[in-house]
Design a protein around this ligand. Structure first.
Ligand SMILES: Nc1ncnc2c1ncn2[C@@H]1O[C@H](COP(=O)(O)OP(=O)(O)OP(=O)(O)O)[C@@H](O)[C@H]1O
Length: 444
């Protein structure tokens, strides 16, 4: 089957019959398929196989598809995932897009559309040879200009930097940039996601261990603090770090010394810490889930990255940058985005921020056959929300966007049982932003 060779699809659905029939169909047209009937089974299969695409049901007992999608995003950042469901709700679509699902199909699945999409992905996989590791910070908004200024001033110092902002706003990119603009640039920049690693493993990853320190420690291991000596460590999702580990990190920051697990030997280390979180650390401090002393140590310089919807001037420059980037990668000659598509991009609220925008443009490039991106190549959900929604008689863009935001906020509040903090978390926005929106929309 030529281009579909070696393209493996994992189908995750609690309905065994669907897994079987979809699996048979996709195998018949030349793909390798694996299936899993639950989220846990899917995780186990992912550990043992190389998968190119996941097709995943939303409603599953125990762990639902959205939760699994979110978990997968923390470990396989750019993995293509297509969501399927018998039930379509704005909330499901918003959540799927936020965590970068490529598309959303209602059951019964339109097999022709699905197979066309998979064909594009299989071809894209072939085209994707090497992905550039260097990404410049693209920005045009005054808020990002201020941030670039802070980066220039902070980078050459030894100060710890705390970067806050919603998921996908570019925290890691900024951390990277600080390291490469510092005197430490020739030493390693190492990253550790504190939320993705269980507490005991986090400590061994950070501090290392001696042979025999615990069952399974069959040889000595130098932790990230030793490996990154004279460089920087990027601690992502620091708000999820266990209090015991927080205490140990604080000690490293104060004394610049570490001990490998199972050893009394003190090792000197010279590492700059750049930390990031999407959580509100002062609230975690109040709840006694984050140490205040560590917060002050980490936040010598704080960079607050605004969500993309609060700096809409950046949307088109980012879209154009990624259009060039992916056109090159997929060997296509797409030159521009037409005005109608630009308007949709500008009006969208981007709950998944720049990551969602980048995925959206990649998808558009994959689907485009001409030299211009039109609304046809934008995810249908972005239009569906508009079309399934009863448009008021006047189609003034601002009022439609306001109405749509109202609809989505109300759904989130309903889901959160009226609790605003929880609703803000569901929407991926800060509590204060939600309050402001509620006020602006006349909901408070
Ligand atoms: N200003 C920007 N210019 C170009 N690309 C950007 C910009 N901001 C973010 N990106 C890209 O968007 C994607 C998400 O960014 P990044 O991983 O840095 O976000 P994050 O805030 O660390 O997300 P998370 O909290 O989920 O880890 C990356 O591919 C990054 O390169």
């Amino acid at each position: 089957m030529g281009q579909t060779d070696n393209f493996t699809i994992l189908i995750v659905d609690d309905e065994e019959e669907l897994c079987q029939s979809l699996g048979e169909y996709l195998s018949a047209i030349g793909y390798n398929t694996i299936s899993a009937n639950s989220a846990d089974e899917a995780l186990a299969k992912l550990e043992n196989s190389i998968v190119d695409l996941i097709i995943m049901d939303i409603r599953m007992p125990q762990k639902d598809g959205i939760t699994l999608l979110r978990e997968l995003r923390s470990s396989f950042a750019a993995f293509p995932i297509i969501m399927i469901s018998a039930y379509i709700s704005v909330d499901n679509i918003v959540q799927s897009m936020k965590y970068g699902a490529l598309n959303f199909y209602q059951k019964p699945i339109d097999l022709k559309k699905l197979s066309d999409e998979i064909k594009q992905l299989a071809q894209a996989k072939k085209a994707k040879t090497t992905q550039s590791t260097y990404t410049p910070i693209i920005s045009k908004s005054p808020r990002m200009a201020e941030i670039l200024d802070i980066i220039e001033k902070a980078a050459p110092t030894e100060a710890s930097v705390l970067i806050t902002g919603e998921s996908g706003t570019g925290k890691e990119l900024i951390a990277h940039s600080i390291h490469y603009k510092s005197n430490r640039k020739d030493a390693p920049f190492l990253k550790l996601n504190c939320a993705a690693i269980p507490e005991n493993l986090l400590e061994s990853e950070l501090f290392g261990y001696e042979k025999g320190a615990f069952t399974g420690a069959d040889k000595q291991y130098k932790g990230k603090f030793e490996q990154a000596d004279r460089g920087s460590i990027f601690l992502d999702e620091i708000g999820d770090m266990h209090p015991n580990t927080q205490a140990k990190i604080l000690r490293v920051l104060q004394e610049q010394e570490i001990q490998r697990l199972g050893s009394n030997k003190i090792i000197h280390t010279d590492v700059r810490i750049i930390a990031a979180t999407h959580q509100d650390l002062p609230s975690l401090i109040k709840e006694k889930r984050f140490r205040e002393d560590l917060f002050y140590r980490l936040s010598v310089i704080t960079i607050e990255l605004p969500p993309l919807r609060e700096r809409r001037e950046d949307i088109i420059p980012l879209s154009e940058y990624y259009l060039k980037h992916f056109s090159l990668m997929y060997n296509k000659e797409i030159k521009k985005i037409d005005n109608e598509a630009k308007n949709i991009l500008i009006a969208h609220d981007w709950p998944g921020n720049v990551r969602e925008l980048k995925n959206c443009i990649e998808r558009a490039v994959i689907f485009s056959s001409g030299d211009t991106i039109t609304i046809e190549e934008l995810p249908p959900q972005y239009h569906n929300i508009h079309t399934s929604y009863q448009l008021p008689n006047e189609t003034n863009l601002n009022s439609v966007v306001d109405d749509l935001s109202k609809e989505i906020i109300l759904q989130a509040l309903k889901k959160a049982g009226g609790k605003k903090q929880k609703a803000a978390e569901i929407l991926g926005i800060h509590r204060k932003t939600l309050y402001n929106k509620l006020k602006k929309l006349g909901l408070e």
